[in-house]
Design a binder for this molecule. Structure first.
Ligand code: ADP
Length: 450
């Protein structure tokens, strides 16, 4: 169907669609062949005997023999004609159904042949790129990429190997690859590309790749609006928060004040301050983010210092340092601390009263790994894949949820990846979680201390 429809207007090449013809009729090729062989065998066995009985001998019988032969040829030809027509109608009906499905999809669909040529596209693809006819889209994939300036979401070019359709032609299934295309009218379209190989049998040769491009421009715009709104709100909260905290500290120093209550005020002001800080960070990182202020220091000493400082404020939970091997790193001290505080904050937040949170620093060959372990709620397996998404909160609606904006992990991952490290976790619902982040060891410092 895909080749057949090349160059035709959608739906026009199919002629007379008969939706019922595509339904299975029970007439399989095997049944047809068996039926034909049976009729043929009966004809060969009995037609001569019937003729002999009707016309015992003479020239008339010879003539009738010839007529009988012709009758056989004509009947076979008629049968073949009926079968071919029937097959043709079924194929057309299937093609019409597939074409109608393709055209009714709101996402852009491109069909790419193994020669990296786009051989089919639907109306949504034409519309998405601001074109007027499908034919403008058909042709080599490389032309499409250069003509519509296809690039990664961050603006960098895609290596040819990374094109979703080419990966699908190599047998891979690609899920939601973010990309940007420039429409003919100059506007940028943000898309997520999902591509899959089309194989007649699993593991067989790839006949085509089908790429589905979902327009996420509007979703991104709404995301940006949300980020901007939250950043503005956070900016407005900064000053009143600083004032609350300062007065809380002042009152604590005055004799006769209820110190426990004022400490609670200060603690909550700090917590709110961290949320405000996170919201401002998100806005900054969106705009490319501030550069890292790198310095060389011992990560283990930093972790020990943070744990010591936070332990008295752990509420009903216990926070302790399990192990800390010296780990020289070159990193932005303030931001690494932000990551650490965020992970510890989560671990405490999702631990039961009296629960223990342990922090450890391990030094590997080329990287240092910080781990924060809790014995708390854990994260259900079906929610784990989305955990690092911005604003995602796995325990939303759970009465044990202690609130938050769902920003801490997104920021932690961004900060750590800017240092060349990574963040990951292990967790089981009800059995606690361990979050890890790694930072590359500072080479020159590591050598000196080895
Ligand atoms: P938040 O500020 O809401 O905690 P995060 O990005 O830090 O945002 O975390 C996102 C979500 O991940 C949390 O809302 C929670 O559902 C889950 N989560 C993070 N850390 C833990 C943990 N240690 N134990 C259980 N769930 C966690």
């Amino acid at each position: 169907m895909l080749e057949q429809d090349q160059g035709g207007t959608p739906g026009s090449s199919t002629g007379e669609p008969e939706p019922t013809a595509a339904a299975p009729s029970g007439v399989t090729p095997l049944r047809i062949v068996v039926g034909y062989a049976l009729v043929g065998a009966l004809w060969i066995l009995f037609s001569d005997r019937v003729l002999e009985a009707l016309v015992p001998s003479g020239p008339l019988r010879d003539d009738l023999q010839t007529v009988k032969g012709w009758l056989y040829v004509l009947a076979t030809a008629a049968l073949l004609y009926v079968l071919i027509r029937r097959q043709e109608r079924t194929t057309r009906a299937v093609a019409a159904q597939v074409q109608a499905t393709l055209e009714s999809i709101g996402d852009a669909v491109l069909v790419v042949a193994p020669t990296a040529v786009i051989v089919d596209a639907n109306r949504s693809a034409v519309r998405m790129l601001g074109l007027s006819a499908k034919e403008e889209l058909l042709g080599p994939l490389d032309h499409l990429v250069s003509r519509f300036g296809m690039r990664r979401a961050d603006g960098s070019p895609f290596p040819r190997d990374g094109f979703a359709s080419l990966r699908a032609l190599r047998g891979e299934t690609v899920h939601r690859l973010p990309a940007v295309l420039r429409r003919r009218d100059g506007a940028d379209v943000h898309v997520e590309i999902t591509a899959a190989p089309v194989q007649e049998v699993p593991g067989g040769p790839v006949r085509f790749a089908v790429a589905v491009l979902r327009d996420v421009t509007e979703v991104r715009r709404l995301d940006e609006m949300r980020d901007e709104f939250l950043a503005t709100a956070a900016h407005e909260l900064k000053t009143p928060l600083a004032v609350i905290k300062a007065y809380g500290q002042l009152l604590q120093r005055r004799s006769g004040a209820d110190t426990a209550a004022l400490q609670a005020v200060e603690r909550q002001a700090d917590r709110l301050g961290r949320i405000v800080q996170q919201l401002l960070e998100v806005a900054r990182l969106r705009q490319g983010g501030p550069d890292l202020r790198l310095s060389s220091y011992d990560l283990a000493a930093q972790v020990a210092g943070v744990v010591e400082r936070l332990a008295p404020h752990a509420g009903g939970q216990r926070l302790r340092l399990a192990a800390a091997a010296a780990a020289p790193v070159r990193a932005d001290r303030g931001r690494v601390e932000q990551v650490l505080v965020s992970l510890i904050d989560n671990a405490l937040k999702f631990s039961p009263q009296g629960g223990e949170v342990t922090v450890a620093v391990a030094r590997g060959e080329a990287e240092a790994v910080v781990s924060v372990r809790d014995m708390g709620l854990g994260i259900p397996p079906e929610k784990q894949a989305r955990l690092f998404e911005r604003y995602y909160r796995a325990h939303e609606g759970d009465p044990r949820d202690r609130g938050g904006f769902g920003l801490g992990l997104d920021l932690a991952r961004e900060i750590v990846s800017r240092h060349g490290g990574r963040v990951w976790f292990e967790s089981a619902a009800g059995a606690g979680s361990t979050f890890h982040f790694s930072l590359p060891l500072a080479v020159e410092v590591a050598r000196a201390s080895a």
